[in-house]
Structure formats: structure tokens, C-alpha cells
Design a protein around this ligand. Structure first.
Ligand SMILES: Cc1cc2nc3c(=O)[nH]c(=O)nc-3n(C[C@H](O)[C@H](O)[C@H](O)COP(=O)(O)OP(=O)(O)OC[C@H]3O[C@@H](n4cnc5c(N)ncnc54)[C@H](O)[C@@H]3O)c2cc1C
Length: 442
């Protein structure tokens, strides 16, 4: 059985950047295992990079200070910006318009964050991954290989039992870095239970994705490609934020088997006439139910049921009048609905039938504030797609090296609650790599 010093589960940004750092620090006997035949994880999705310590990572959870986060962001940036098709889309220096926007947001009770941003587009995703892979000289890629179980042996090595097509194959490793992303989060939670790895439920984000004629949003996205507005709602005191803006982009459906969620992306070479962005409400549960996973899934299933197996989409014009959207009037010119042509084939309906009231209140209150900052976004043609849910819901307590309570098992990336985006995932991968070396050498 082949034996590695480090087996990294997941070839997304967390796994790839961990391997890059391990190689840089002189380690060589590393494997990246991924169930997909192409090593990419979420790097094939859109590719917006946010360089701001407040976006996509939680410095307290990572146990680093702001200066460390900013230095590490520079390291990550240096790698990405050498990819020729990655281009800067938000410039911060001497930008008076940003200051004006920030003041306007604050007048309407919102916090405004404009990170330095870069973008490569979904259509350049494969080229980006090939480029990143080219940096790795010693790491072995075990692709099309799914890790099924992990066992700790008496000699303290870990045994990874894997499936590759119909073949069963096992590997040994001294150290495991689990970076399975959101798609592997629940699989890893089961493994964690078997290994007595401590974990608890974290918050989830539940909300909608807006799609609107880009003329209403260009005013801001010409200055900040992916503007971040954070609201604390008056009625419930909850946190709502804009997330993942795609100027000229498309709304996408993600299939989770027994439910579907919406998301969004943009191509670099071909733009639509629309802009889309998510508006999401952070939900934390305590007693008697702390299981945010189950709660989020039950909301998603409700939409799936009402939408006939698809997400639901509703025009703002219909929403305001308290009626469902329907196929017959979906593009009605008399209601000005033709101004925004939907890019995603969701089911016209009523999102308020499936969205919990508290969340709906928060979203609508925030939308009304946002419309004051960016007038026009609540045009009758604007589309509200739901559900958009971000399941960053399993958290693993670790030391600052990202080692869990089980010696030799480290975690990184979105699937383990250590990040919420490409740059954050990359940083957590680097921290884990440095941690592996520090903890193993001691
Ligand atoms: C449509 C869409 C658009 C997005 N756009 C952006 C964006 O513009 N900017 C941004 O910052 N973020 C974006 N994201 C989020 C981004 O993709 C993630 O934050 C990021 O990829 C997380 O990185 P990760 O390394 O933690 O996990 P991932 O990138 O998800 O990688 C995890 C890998 O682990 C593998 N894996 C899981 N379980 C197993 C197993 N048992 N055995 C073997 N392999 C396994 C998976 O196949 C996967 O390849 C987007 C996401 C989506 C869905």
C-alpha cells in the first residue's frame, strides 16, 4: 500500500494551495485525492477574487490577526494574478466614488465594503486550473478517486479506503488534510464522527438571488465589480448581506439530489444584459435545535416541492402586489416585465410561500434600503430567485495550525467551516500546510 507523508482530500483552492506551500517548504511525498477526474473543486466557478480580510474568511476562527491575513492574501494574489486571463476588476486607489458610495450606504444604515477584486470567468476555469497545477512539481494527483472511509491504525498512520471506478484501493498517510469543500462536507462529518473528531453546527445563510437588467446596477458595478453591503435589520436585528455579484452574468441552478439551489456566475468572453447577486440572511440556531443543516435543507425542500422540482422565481412587480408570478404573464410588456429576460429556467411562483417570515422580512427591508442607495433595482421586472442557501454549517475546533483534536488530522476550506470563498480557502490551506510542518516537526 502506498504511503504518503500528507494526503490532502480535495483539489479545490484549499487543497491546491496547501500542496503549493508544502512543496515550497521542502516537502515532497504528498498526494491530492479528488473524486472528480479533473482537479479543480470550485475553481471552475466564476472566479471572482476578493482581497479584503473581512470577506470570505473569519480571522478570529482562523486565529490570525489582520496583518497576517493581509500578508497571506498578497501571497495568494501573486499566484493568481500571474495567470494571464485573471484581470483586475475593482481598483481602490484614489477612488473618490467609493468614498461617496460608502457615505451613501451609511446614510441608509448599511456597511459598505469594496475589496480589491480580480476575475477570470467560468470560461477560463480549466485554463486557470492547468496553470495552478503547473506550479506543483512533486505532488501526486489521485483523481477520479473517492475517499470512502478513514481509519486510524495502531502504528498511528491513517488508512484511506478509496473507490476509483469499480476498483477499491487503499492508501496510508502520516497526516491527513481534509479540504472536501461544501460538496464533501457531510461525508466528512460522518467520517469525523467515526474518528471522534469534535465538531458543531455553524451558521447558514438563507436568501434569494436577484437578477435585474444591468442598466440599474452598472452604476455601481462599474466602480466595484462585486459590492458588499451589510445590513442589520431594524425589525429583527439580523444580519443580511449582498454576496457574489455577477455583472453581465447568469443565474445557475445547483442540483443537490432532493432539492435545488440557485447561484450565479459570469463568463469572461460572453456577457448577458443582466446582473445578478445574492442577498442572504445569516441564521444561527441554539435551543432546542442547533442543527442548521437540517433547517436549511427543510427550507430548500419546501421550495423544491412548491416549484415542481425547481427553484422558484418571482417578479418584483408581482411580489409587491402580493401575487404569484405565472408562466402566462412572466414576460408581460404591460407590466414592464420584458425589461429583464430571465437567464435561468426556474418555476414562476411565490417565494413567500416557502421562505420563513422572519427571513422574508429581513430580505425585503434590506432590499428597500438597497434601492435607496442604488435606485431602480426594485423595478417591476427584477427577478427574485429562491432558495439561495450557503451551507457553511459544520465547524471543527482546531489549534492555530488547523489541527483538530485528533492528532494528524488537519482541516481547511469551506467544507470544514474555515473559509467562504476562493481566497479564504487558499489562505486556510496555506495555514494548514504551515501547521502540518510545525506540529509534525515538534
Ligand atoms: C456557482 C458558484 C460560483 C462561485 N463563485 C465564486 C467566486 O466567484 N468567488 C469565490 O471566491 N468563490 C466562489 N464560489 C465558492 C468557491 O467555489 C468555494 O468557496 C471554494 O471552491 C472552496 O474551496 P475548497 O477548497 O474549500 O473546496 P472545493 O473547491 O469545493 O473543493 C473540494 C474538493 O473536494 C473533493 N471531494 C469532496 N469529498 C471528497 C471525497 N470523499 N473524496 C475525494 N474528493 C472529495 C470535491 O470533488 C472537490 O473537488 C462559487 C461557488 C459556486 C457553486
Amino acid at each position: 500500500m502506498k504511503n504518503y507523508d500528507v494526503a490532502i482530500i480535495g483539489s479545490g483552492p484549499a487543497g491546491l494551495f496547501a500542496a503549493l506551500r508544502l512543496e515550497k517548504l521542502g516537502w515532497g511525498n504528498i498526494a491530492i485525492i479528488d473524486r472528480n477526474p479533473y482537479p479543480a473543486g470550485g475553481l471552475l466557478n466564476d472566479g471572482k477574487l476578493n482581497f479584503d480580510y473581512r470577506v470570505g474568511l473569519d480571522i478570529d476562527a482562523l486565529q490570525i490577526d489582520r496583518a497576517t491575513a493581509e500578508t497571506m492574501m498578497q501571497d495568494v494574489k501573486e499566484v493568481f494574478v500571474r495567470f494571464p486571463r485573471c484581470r483586475q476588476v475593482t481598483f481602490l486607489h484614489n477612488n473618490k466614488k467609493l468614498q461617496a458610495l460608502s457615505e451613501m450606504a451609511s446614510e441608509h444604515g448599511a456597511q459598505f465594503i469594496a475589496p480589491e477584486q480580480w476575475h477570470w470567468g467560468t470560461d477560463n476555469g480549466k485554463a486557470l486550473v492547468d496553470y495552478l497545477r503547473g506550479w506543483l512539481k512533486k505532488t501526486e494527483f489521485l483523481l477520479g478517486t473517492e475517499v470512502v472511509t478513514i481509519k486510524k491504525q495502531k502504528d498511528s498512520l491513517f488508512r484511506l479506503n478509496c473507490r476509483s471506478g469499480k476498483r477499491r484501493i487503499s492508501y496510508q498517510a502520516q497526516v491527513i488534510l481534509a479540504a472536501p469543500g461544501r460538496s464533501g462536507a457531510y461525508w466528512f462529518r460522518d467520517v469525523a464522527d467515526e474518528l471522534s473528531l469534535h465538531h458543531h453546527f455553524g451558521p447558514i445563510d438563507v436568501g434569494i438571488r436577484l437578477e435585474l437588467n444591468r442598466q440599474f446596477y452598472d452604476f455601481i458595478t462599474d466602480i466595484v465589480y462585486d459590492p458588499k453591503f451589510i445590513f442589520t435589520t431594524a425589525r429583527h436585528g439580523d444580519r443580511v448581506r449582498t454576496f457574489c455579484t455577477n455583472p453581465g452574468g447568469r443565474v445557475r441552478m445547483e442540483n443537490y439530489g432532493d432539492f435545488r439551489l440557485v447561484n450565479g456566475d459570469a463568463l469572461s468572453g460572453k456577457k448577458t444584459r443582466n446582473t445578478n447577486f445574492a442577498l442572504i440572511n445569516t441564521v444561527v440556531l441554539t435551543k432546542p435545535l442547533s442543527d442548521t443543516t437540517g433547517y436549511g435543507q427543510s427550507i430548500a425542500r419546501q421550495f423544491f416541492l412548491l416549484g415542481g422540482g425547481k427553484p422558484i422565481v418571482q417578479r418584483i412587480g408581482d411580489f409587491r402586489e402580493g401575487r404569484r408570478s405565472s408562466v402566462e404573464t412572466f414576460n408581460s410588456k404591460t407590466r414592464h416585465f420584458e425589461v429583464c429576460k430571465a437567464t435561468c429556467a426556474a418555476t414562476p411562483g411565490d417565494i413567500t410561500l416557502a421562505m420563513p417570515a422572519r427571513i422574508m422580512d429581513n430580505l425585503w427591508e434590506s432590499l428597500k434600503s438597497l434601492d435607496k442607495i442604488i435606485p431602480g433595482i426594485l423595478h417591476p421586472s427584477t427577478l427574485l430567485y429562491a432558495p439561495e442557501i450557503k451551507f457553511f454549517d459544520t465547524q471543527y475546533p482546531t489549534d492555530p495550525c488547523l489541527e483538530t483534536n485528533v492528532k494528524g488530522i488537519f482541516v481547511a476550506g469551506d467544507g470544514t467551516g474555515k473559509s467562504r470563498g476562493i481566497v479564504g480557502a487558499a489562505i486556510s490551506g496555506i495555514l494548514a500546510a504551515q501547521g502540518i510542518i510545525r506540529n509534525q516537526v515538534q
